[in-house]
Design a protein around this ligand. Structure first.
Ligand code: GUN
Length: 283
């Protein structure tokens, strides 16, 4: 039996429509949510992501500001810019696109962003709040995954969730979020011996390893929910995930496509966080 497709584009469209109407209400009170994005250097993939973030801001009636800095920018210059944005009344969310040029200490830069404007949810204060299940800005990709699961009515409590990948952006916070939802969580990563032994026991499998076709049908339990976070390019330059979609779709209960799965949800949750930051600024 073929798995049911989790249509990230459609779930994102509905969520964005709701965010858009909330933006209008806030505008009526004289507040237009504003997102500042800092892009340092010439990474082409980053440039594309940033353009999409700005386009979505426009679509939902939010302001966006792009700050482009050269590859040679110093840590001091970046810090000065972030401090300016921290002080700005028109900017509610600040996003520093990663990766930064290699001479910049990313962790130090993230810590300069005001936790109340940290729409990426990468600041240690927000991570700590999330760890202790307090209100926080939640990293966008993990938040988008949970939103997708809610939208298909998936029960997370008591389920075994296997997360492949331990990045600070996706894997680690995703596992934590699932733990907050009362799941039993297993983390796997590049050093995990016998990956299949773990993945075969997953009710919900989240693949965020960045490796094309890492997950075959032999890795998946019958009827499992498979969430593919991979954004890889195959030999022909086509976007593809970490999951061998054509093989796994016959075994999974639900599966996300790439493209059109997690990607649209990530950007949507950034808009959600920017709206939240704008509301926070008047509370
Ligand atoms: N680079 C890749 N993904 C992300 C993200 O979610 N936020 C930021 N700031 N940089 C990224």
């Amino acid at each position: 039996m073929a798995a049911e497709l989790i249509d990230g584009k459609e779930i994102a469209r509905k969520k964005q429509a709701h965010i858009g109407s909330e933006v209008q209400k806030l505008k009526a009170e004289g507040i237009t949510p504003g997102l500042a994005v800092i892009l340092a250097g010439n990474n082409q993939a980053s440039r594309t992501y940033v353009k999409n973030k700005q386009k979505t801001c426009d679509k939902l009636g939010m302001n966006s500001m792009l700050i482009e800095l050269p590859e040679s920018v110093t840590e001091q210059e970046l810090i000065r810019k972030i401090n300016e944005l921290n002080e700005s009344e028109d900017i509610h969310g600040i996003l520093v696109q990663l990766p930064l040029p290699s001479h910049i200490n990313e962790k130090a830069i993230i810590e300069i962003i005001s936790p109340d404007k940290d729409v990426d949810g990468f600041h240690p204060i927000n991570i700590g709040r999330m760890m202790t299940a307090q209100d926080a800005f939640i990293p966008c990709t993990p938040a988008g995954i949970v939103e997708m699961l809610n939208s298909i009515g998936a029960d997370i409590s008591g389920k075994h969730v296997v997360v492949i990948g331990r990045s600070n952006i996706v894997g680690k916070p995703a596992g934590q979020l699932f733990l907050n939802e009362d799941a039993t969580v297993t983390y796997c990563h590049s050093k995990t011996a016998d990956l299949k032994e773990y993945t075969k026991r997953a009710d919900i499998l989240v693949a965020a390893a960045g490796k094309t076709k890492l997950i075959t049908k032999d890795h998946v339990k019958n009827g499992a929910i498979v969430i593919d976070v991979g954004m890889n390019r195959n030999e022909e330059g086509k976007l593809c995930g970490d999951v061998d979609f054509e093989a796994v779709k016959h075994k999974a209960g639900f599966i996300t496509p790439v493209p059109g799965g997690v990607g649209p949800m990530t950007i949507t949750m950034l808009m959600h966080n920017t709206l939240k930051a704008a509301k926070l600024s008047i509370s």
